[in-house]
Design a binder for this molecule. Structure first.
Ligand code: T3D
Length: 263
């Protein structure tokens, strides 16, 4: 019996998904992709889940594709990497970007290749000070995938995106935060407690409102101003009919803490 490549648990509204191949820095095999898909489906089916945590076991977050999962040496038969992207990485980042609850990525260590860009697909990326981000693709003749060419220029601008992607240098968590690539970098000793506090806050938050907010922010990167105003109107209309809006206003007027249900 081999150990699971993905660990999953849900309690107190917090769904925790951990990449679990620490001896290979949690790099992705075909099996790990399959088990991650199953875990994400389980979170979506769990009516009690209000926030998703994605993190890694051991000293790394994720080193992208496991380069030893199939034969790619000179002389081996060519591989269709497009098929691998289509079957695995594309659906994964699409799922994370539209997940029905906020997604926190706790980058506990190095995030390289697709591992770095999977982190960037999440809503809030919080990294330990000792973590780092590496667009390792250029070292093996590939382009940044898993959304990298989309996220990087939007988050840090074309000049920095170009440097990261063409040179593949290690970017420290602190520099990543300073550049606006991620939400926050925290001292290693404070990392676990800071992540827990964030998860506890989001597990009590008005989930639908947060998901709609993410949708509007994502749309703004390609929408006209008028289209964005239309979207804000439509989303606000939907949320205004929801229980959490009534609860939020009622709690404010009664001067008590709100008890959101995520509805
Ligand atoms: O292929 C497709 O389907 C297309 C999609 C591609 C997406 C991609 O992600 S392509 C990019 C793949 N990733 C990389 O190129 C990163 C490779 N890894 C590294 O460059 C380094 O490991 C790190 C910079 C991430 C960390 O370096 P370091 O010195 O902290 O650790 P290490 O000693 O290199 O790694 C520890 C172990 O993990 C080591 O095994 P060992 O020697 O102890 O038995 C190493 O081989 C293994 N490991 C790390 N990354 C991978 C890996 N094994 C397989 N694949 C990896 N990606």
């Amino acid at each position: 019996m081999t150990s699971p490549t993905i660990l999953y648990a849900c309690a107190d509204g917090i769904a925790r998904v951990t990449l679990n191949r620490p001896e290979r820095l949690n790099s992705f095999t075909a099996r790990m992709h399959e088990e991650l898909r199953a875990a994400l489906a389980a979170v979506q089916a769990d009516a009690t889940a209000r926030v998703l945590l994605l993190t890694g076991a051991g000293r790394g977050f994720c080193a992208g594709q496991d380069l030893s999962d199939r034969a790619v040496a000179p002389g081996d038969a060519p591989i269709d990497l497009g098929a691998s992207i289509e079957a695995n990485y594309r659906p994964l980042v699409l799922a994370l970007r539209s997940f029905p609850m906020p997604v926190v990525c706790a980058v506990n260590g190095v995030a390289a290749g697709a591992g770095a860009n999977i982190a960037l697909a999440c809503d809030l990326v919080i990294a330990a000070k000792s973590a780092s981000f590496i667009q390792a693709f250029c070292k093996i003749g590939l382009i940044p995938d898993a959304g990298g060419t989309y996220f990087l220029p939007r988050l840090v601008g074309t000049a920095r995106a170009m440097g990261l992607a063409l040179l593949g240098d290690k970017l420290s968590a602190q520099q990543a935060a300073d550049w606006g690539l991620i939400w926050k970098c925290v001292e290693d000793g404070d990392f676990a407690a800071t992540v827990e506090a964030l998860l506890a806050q989001l597990a009590q938050a008005p989930t639908r409102g947060l998901v709609a907010t993410r949708r509007a922010l994502h749309a703004s990167s390609h929408a006209t101003f008028e289209a964005q105003l239309d979207l804000e109107r439509d989303l606000q209309r939907e949320l205004g009919y929801g229980a959490d809006y009534r609860e939020g206003v009622g709690a404010f007027l009664a001067k008590r803490p709100p008890r959101f249900t995520g509805k």
